[in-house]
Design a protein around this ligand. Structure first.
Ligand code: DOR
Ligand code: ZN
Length: 439
C-alpha cells in the first residue's frame, strides 16, 4: 500500500473545517483548526469565517486530535536496517497517528555517543514523516558498566537516557547514573528487570508457562528493579520514568512513590493492557515480548493505574523483528512486537469498554507523554507546531500486518477487528499520511 501524500492542500494557510476537536484540557467540541505556516494559528468555532486565502479541508465527522506522542519505539537504525529503518519506522508512526516518537538506543552501534544521535537526527529529517527524538544510552554499549557522557548526549539532542532492552544491573552504576542524570536534568527511562530473577525466561511465570513447559519470568524481576530505582530517585532527585509497566505489584510501587511526591512516572503498552499470557498459547512467538504478557489480575491493575493516573502515558514499545527471526521458536526468537499501527485502535477499545473516558485516553497518548519529556507536541495550543491526527472513530477495519508501513509483521493482533482509524496525519502543517481510501 502506497503512502500517498497530497500536496495540493499544502498551502501556507490550511483550515481543517468542521471536525470534532479534542485537545485535552483545552477543547472538546466542533471547531475549525487554522494552520498557518506550519503552526496552529487558532482553534475557532465553525461560525468564524476563515481568511480568504485559506485552503479548506472538510473534516466533518472526524475526530481532530493533537498528533500522538510515543515515548518508546525501537527504530533499529543504525545496524539492524533489515528489521526497520528510521524511514520505515517514521512512516509507520504517522500511519498510526504518531507525529512524535522517541527512539531507544539499542541499535548497532548503540546510541551512546553524539555521532550516533546526530545520524538519527539526520536520517529522520530526511525521512520527513514523524518527528524523531533520540534517547541516549545510560552506559557505553548499554553494557551496564561505564556511564556515557550525559551532557554531550543532551547537547546532541537526546531527550532522555535509557539502556532499554536491558537493565542497569549494578546498583552503584545506576546510582551514579541517576545522580548525573539529575545534574544534567535528563529523565531516566527505566527497563525494570532483574536479570538474575528473569533468567532465561521467555514468558510470564505462572500456570500457563507451566502447562506449556516454557521457562517463566517472575513478576519479582520487575518489582525488584522498580523498588531499587524508586529509592535511587528519592536519594538523587533524578526523574525516573518506568518503561512498559506489566505487573500489579509494579503499579502499586509507582502509586506509593507518587503518593510520597517522588519524581516517578510510568507508561504502559497496549499489548499489556489488552492481552494476558493466555495469548502465548495461540500466538507463540508473536506474544513473546519483554516484559511478558502477565495475568488477568495484572492486566486489571494496569487498567486501574491508567484510569487513576498512576500510569501517566501509553507507549508502544514498537519492536520490529524480521520474520525469520520470529521463526526461531519460543526459546530463541527475539522479544518484541510492533505497535505503532495498532496502538490507537487498542486504546480506543478501552474507551468503548468504558475503562477510560476518551479525553483521558487521548491525554495518555498526547499531552502526558509530551509533558514527561518536555517535548513540544501533544497539544493544539496556538503558536505550536501543527502536529495533528484526524481519526474516524466509526471506521471498522481488520488488522492486516501485510498493510503495515513498518517492516515488522510481528504482531499478535493480526486479524483483530478494530474500530477507529487514522485518516490523516499532519506534521508541521504538512500532510504526512493519508489513509489510501481517502480521496
Ligand atoms: O520486547 C522487547 N523488545 N523488549 C525489550 O526490552 C527490547 C525490545 C527490542 O529491542 O526488541
Ligand atoms: Zn523497549
Amino acid at each position: 500500500m502506497v503512502n500517498r501524500l497530497n500536496t495540493e492542500e499544502e498551502s501556507s494557510f490550511l483550515v481543517l473545517a468542521g471536525g470534532w476537536v479534542l485537545d485535552p484540557g483545552r477543547w472538546d467540541g466542533e471547531a475549525d483548526v487554522w494552520i498557518k505556516d506550519g503552526m496552529v494559528e487558532a482553534v475557532v468555532s465553525p461560525d468564524v469565517a476563515p481568511p480568504r486565502e485559506a485552503a479548506c479541508l472538510d473534516v466533518r465527522g472526524l475526530l481532530v486530535l493533537p498528533g500522538l506522542v510515543d515515548l518508546h519505539v525501537h527504530l533499529r537504525e543504525p545496524g539492524f536496517e533489515y528489521k526497520e529503518t528510521i524511514a520505515t519506522g517514521a512512516a509507520a508512526a504517522v500511519a498510526g497517528g504518531f507525529t512524535s516518537i522517541c527512539c531507544m538506543p539499542n541499535t548497532k552501534p548503540v546510541n551512546d555517543e553524539p555521532t550516533v544521535t546526530q545520524l538519527i537526527k539526520r536520517k529522520s529529517g530526511e525521512a520527513d514523516r514523524a518527528k524523531v527524538y533520540p534517547i541516549g544510552a545510560i552506559t557505553k554499549g548499554s553494557a551496564g558498566r561505564e556511564l556515557t557522557d550525559f551532557r554531550a548526549l543532551k547537547e546532541a539532542g537526546c531527550v532522555a537516557l535509557s539502556d532499554d532492552g536491558r537493565p542497569v544491573m549494578n546498583d552503584e552504576v545506576m546510582r551514579q547514573a541517576m545522580q548525573q542524570a539529575s545534574d544534567v536534568e535528563l529523565p531516566v527511562i527505566d527497563h525494570c528487570e532483574d536479570l538474575i530473577l528473569s533468567g532465561c525466561g521467555c514468558m510470564n511465570e505462572g500456570p500457563v508457562s507451566r502447562v506449556l513447559g516454557i521457562r517463566g519470568i517472575p513478576r519479582g524481576a520487575e518489582f525488584r528493579m522498580i523498588a531499587r530505582d524508586i529509592k535511587l530517585a528519592e536519594a538523587t532527585g533524578a526523574r525516573l520514568h518506568v518503561a512498559h509497566l506489566s505487573t500489579a505489584v509494579g503499579v502499586d510501587l509507582v502509586r506509593q512513590a507518587k503518593a510520597k511526591g517522588l519524581p516517578v512516572t510510568a507508561e504502559v503498552c497496549p499489548h499489556h493492557f489488552t492481552l494476558t499470557d493466555e495469548a502465548v498459547r495461540e500466538q507463540g512467538v508473536n506474544a513473546k515480548m519483554n516484559p511478558p504478557l502477565r495475568s488477568e489480575r495484572d492486566r486489571e491493575a494496569l487498567l486501574e493505574g491508567l484510569a487513576d493516573g498512576t500510569i501517566d502515558a501509553i507507549a508502544t514499545d514498537h519492536a520490529p523483528h524480521a520474520e525469520y527471526e520470529k521463526q526461531w521458536g519460543m526459546d530463541r526468537a527475539p522479544f518484541g512486537i510492533v505497535g505503532l499501527e495498532t496502538a490507537l485502535a487498542l486504546t480506543l477499545r478501552l474507551v468503548e469498554q468504558g475503562v477510560l473516558p476518551l479525553e483521558r485516553a487521548v491525554q495518555c497518548l498526547t499531552s502526558k507523554p509530551a509533558g514527561l519529556l518536555g517535548l513540544p507536541g501533544g497539544t493544539l495550543r496556538p503558536g505550536t507546531s501543527a502536529d495533528i491526527v484526524l481519526v474516524d472513530r466509526t471506521c471498522e477495519w481488520v488488522v492486516d500486518p501485510e498493510q503495515f508501513l513498518s517492516k515488522g509483521r510481528n504482531t499478535p493482533f493480526a486479524g483483530w477487528p478494530a474500530r477507529g482509524r487514522v485518516m490523516m496525519t499532519v506534521v508541521g502543517g504538512r500532510i504526512r499520511y493519508r489513509w489510501p481510501s481517502v480521496a
